[in-house]
Design a protein around this ligand. Structure first.
Ligand SMILES: [Ca+2]
Length: 421
């Protein structure tokens, strides 16, 4: 019996060892690698053909004349979006994505059909320039993808075209000077058939100088991020840019950078909180309690010389002297008890500014100024957390104990000296 159990234990050990080894080997095999174009392969397509799922393909600056098909879940990263150029050579598509979980970041795509995403989900297209094509970006039967911070400009037919594509996020894109911009319908030769592209979330985009900004057809989408985060900037065409009121119902006196009336989307919902000024964020961080918190500054002035120290954010705001300027700062909610704003050392006190609003995740701090060279400072007062309070009480207790001990010791010595003398 004893021998048997020893043998069984040995066998189990061996099996576990083998499994561990196999799993280890499997892990090594599954590790993603980075392939560099043109160092490893001369073309982007050859790199993709030789890549495994999960790999990253890093493309150095240069002009690549290709029609790229991405049929694996990979990350395609360009060195610099202004200098890593894929030219579709007036044929087919510059890039066609035919699978899910793809990342495309940092390219200029031009001279063809820009980017077609077909039957994909969890794909992210960000920080690209998609210019001078017929279609900019076409999402076809693709849901739960993200289009973020792309410049989509000068495309002759559409900037972005969503066909039968739902639940996508379209945020922070500059969509300008395209033929038609957002068209959500199915168009076939036997007439016009309408299909829904709904529940897409579209905000903080700039729509400027397009022949028609939006054409939603039987689609129901979300065109803003609620108040005070806001919707999109709609250029000047058909846009009522009066801003005399603030608040979720835009009925409280005082401006807030959000148009007082919604912007109607043709045959779709409306942008409830259209932005008065273009969305042009500057990102930085503020350190609070040893952690970094991302801060977004949106302004029509130039934001310069950003300095962040503990609980404080400082920068210079400058531009054409005398014009009306605004600074909109978005800061994550981290139990901040007070936010103070100073312009050239003077504290701003409402009314009207700073106008401080919040949603579930962020504070929105908005104020206007007469443009000149100004030093702006934000001070954030964090709430002391429990641990800090415990530490404070402990420190005070120890101090008190030391004081008592010293007092007793001094008293004793004094008495002893009195007895001796
Ligand atoms: Ca307003």
């Amino acid at each position: 019996m004893k021998f048997k159990s020893v043998r069984r234990a040995m066998l189990t050990g061996l099996l576990i060892g083998m499994l561990t080894l196999a799993f280890g080997v499997y892990q090594i095999q599954a590790e993603s690698t980075t392939i560099i174009v043109p160092d490893d392969y001369p073309s982007i397509q050859e790199a993709i053909n030789n890549a495994n799922e999960g790999d990253t393909i890093y493309v150095r600056n240069g002009t690549y004349y290709e029609n790229v098909v991405v049929n694996k879940s990979i990350s395609l990263i360009g060195e610099n979006r202004d200098a890593t150029i894929i030219d579709g050579n007036s044929a087919g598509k510059v890039i066609e994505v035919t699978t899910s979980n793809v990342t495309i970041n940092g390219f200029t795509m031009l001279n063809s059909t820009g980017l077609v995403v077909y039957n994909s989900s969890s794909t992210t297209i960000s920080h690209n320039k998609i210019i001078g094509n017929n279609y900019g970006i076409l999402l076809n039967q693709s849901s739960n993808n993200a289009l973020k911070n792309n410049t989509i400009s000068g495309n002759s037919l559409f900037g972005i075209y969503l066909h039968h594509s739902n639940n996508n996020i379209i945020i922070g894109n500059n969509i300008s000077h395209n033929g038609l911009v957002l068209w959500m319908l199915w168009w076939s030769l036997d007439g016009i058939k309408l299909y829904n592209s709904s529940d897409n979330t579209i905000f903080h985009n700039n729509f400027v100088g397009n022949s028609v900004n939006t054409l939603g057809v039987d689609s129901v989408n979300v065109w803003d991020n609620g108040y005070p985060s806001g919707g999109n900037y709609w250029g000047s065409v058909g846009f009522d840019s009066a801003d005399l009121y603030n608040g979720p119902s835009q009925n409280v006196s005082g401006s807030d950078g959000i148009a007082d009336t919604p912007y109607d989307i043709h045959r779709d919902k409306q942008d409830n909180y259209p932005l008065i000024n273009p969305w042009s964020p500057t990102q930085t961080i503020v350190k609070m309690k040893g952690k970094d918190y991302p801060v977004t500054i949106v302004s029509n002035t130039t934001i310069n010389l950003i300095v962040t120290t503990k609980n404080t954010l400082r920068f210079e705001s400058l531009g054409p002297t005398g014009e009306k300027g605004y600074i909109h700062t978005i800061f994550p909610i981290v139990n901040t008890t007070e936010i103070k704003v100073f312009i050239d050392g003077e504290k701003l006190t409402p009314p009207p500014f700073p106008l401080i609003n919040a949603n579930a995740t962020h504070y929105f701090i908005y104020f206007e100024l007469t443009v000149s060279t100004h030093n702006i400072e934000f001070q954030f007062a964090p709430t002391p957390d429990k641990l800090e309070l415990v530490a404070l009480v402990s420190a005070l207790t120890i101090l008190l104990a030391v004081a008592v001990i010293v007092a007793v010791y001094v008293g004793k010595r004094k008495r002893n000296t009195e007895i001796i003398s």
